[in-house]
Ligand binder design. Structure first.
Ligand SMILES: [Zn+2]
Length: 445
């Protein structure tokens, strides 16, 4: 049993912020939460506001090597993708482990305790399976273990280069398993363990045909596993899908049996009204990645309409141009203000719930809430920085969502274990140097 005493703690959208909160932890789970008490002997004091662990719902760990290297060039998503493929082509299992460990450690410093890795770099650069065909996925699992965060390995099916059915080419050949049955067999061979959950991924309607989508969805249903897919990030994808199938990507996913409460649609930027209704009525979650969507000039998704239709919202840092879920949370509201001409589209508490509980649910973790029975993730934000000085506890959630940054996170407990203290990673140590080394080894142009 360990005990943590929070000066202030956020107990969820309904309860709000409470004072002097004792969180008792048994193993990796919260045993008791008591408000308004003094710290007992032996309790670790947490100064500032403590919130549940942040969930990064959508990550491509290797994109961290692209930060600062792609932003000044022009073009769009498709030209950016060529630069991204150069990094993808340079990775082997050892470099992937090094880079992902550093990237996940950066996330831990930002208060992220669980990551959904949308993983499709399965095979060697020539498309041949490694001796262990899950060697790359295992590198990610080991990286998360070293960084002290939980991983949902979203093993992603990627079969073709486009809706016209043309085969994978160039850097893409290492993504493919040939067909959905071979994907299912390989993905099914990864053993879950503490801190590792398996999930299914459909790369997109471009990369997976309707019958294969149904196979992946059935694999996830058999295991009661989460299912994620990129959906309508690009207008060009919608146009190609309509031309090839007569349906929008959301309608196609719906008829393949992909939508539902275990499913998360990533981006969901360019939707029709019918698409919003399909996603919402099926209870499909939507993972918004606003800092990536703005960096890639993707567009602004209909987050308010989706939430209103019934889709839980969660957040991801996706390409890791920025690793800061507070920034992602406020971007949902601020981007929608620019698009709608109105303020107050989302309550700050709902945005913080998207960054915590809703994200954990999308990744299949019983976490994201400071309540008994949940995994013991405690993220503490100091209030003594210039950004947060003047915070009033009663309005702490508003301050966190609209003013906090990843740099304000001082302490992180993940699954009952402290992995960050005084802003320092206790397992990886010097995270900037780890990132520098891992990125230099890949040397993207
Ligand atoms: Zn993605």
């Amino acid at each position: 049993m360990s005990a943590w005493h929070a000066e202030w703690a956020w107990l969820g959208p309904e309860r709000g912020v409470a004072e002097r909160v004792l969180v008792e932890v048994e193993g990796d789970r919260i045993a008791a939460v008591t408000e308004g008490v003094d710290p007992p002997a032996g309790a670790t004091r947490l100064a500032g506001v403590t919130i549940p662990g942040l969930a990064n719902g959508h990550s491509h760990a290797f994109h961290r090597a692209l930060r600062g290297r792609t932003h000044r060039v022009g073009g769009d998503f498709w030209s950016w993708r060529e630069l991204m493929y150069q990094v993808a082509g340079a990775l082997d299992p050892d470099r992937y482990l090094e880079l992902a460990t550093a990237a996940y450690a950066e996330m831990a410093l930002a208060g992220i305790t669980a990551v959904g890795e949308f993983h499709y770099l399965h095979h060697d650069p020539a498309g041949r399976p490694y001796a262990d065909p899950n060697r790359m996925g295992e590198a990610l699992a080991e990286a998360a273990r070293r960084a002290g965060v939980r991983l949902t390995l979203i093993d992603t099916c990627y079969l073709r280069a486009g809706l016209d059915g043309r085969p994978l080419e160039g850097a893409q050949v290492r993504f493919g398993d040939g067909d959905a049955e071979a994907w299912a067999e390989r993905a099914g061979a990864v053993a879950e363990r503490p801190g590792l959950r398996m999930a299914a991924g459909i790369h997109s309607v471009r990369a997976v045909d309707e019958a294969a989508m149904a196979t992946v969805a059935a694999w996830a249903a058999d295991r009661d596993a989460p299912l994620h897919l990129h959906l309508s990030e690009q207008r060009a994808e919608n146009e190609a899908c309509l031309a090839a199938t007569g349906r929008t990507p959301a309608a196609l996913a719906s008829s393949a049996g992909v939508l539902g409460p275990r499913t998360t649609a990533v981006h969901a930027t360019h939707l029709t009204g019918d698409d919003v209704a399909l996603l919402g009525a099926s209870g499909t979650a939507v993972c918004l990645c606003p800092t990536t969507e703005r960096d890639l000039a993707d567009g602004i998704g209909p987050a308010r309409a989706l939430a209103g239709a019934g889709s839980p919202l969660c957040l991801g840092s996706d390409s890791h141009a920025v690793v800061d879920l507070f920034e992602e949370a406020r971007a949902v509201e601020l981007d929608e203000r620019l698009a709608s001409g109105r303020r107050g589209n989302h309550r700050p508490a709902d945005l913080l719930a998207a960054a915590t509980g809703a994200g954990m649910a999308a990744l299949g973790w019983d976490a994201g809430r400071l309540a008994p029975g949940h995994l013991a993730d405690l993220v503490t934000v100091g209030l003594d920085s210039v950004r947060l000085a003047g915070t009033r506890p009663a309005e702490a959630v508003d301050h966190l969502v609209f003013a906090a940054t990843a740099a304000d996170v001082t302490s992180v407990v993940a699954s009952g274990r402290q992995i960050v203290a005084d802003g320092r990673h206790l397992l990886v140590g010097d995270v900037p140097t780890a990132l520098d080394r891992a990125i230099a080894a890949i040397s993207p142009t």
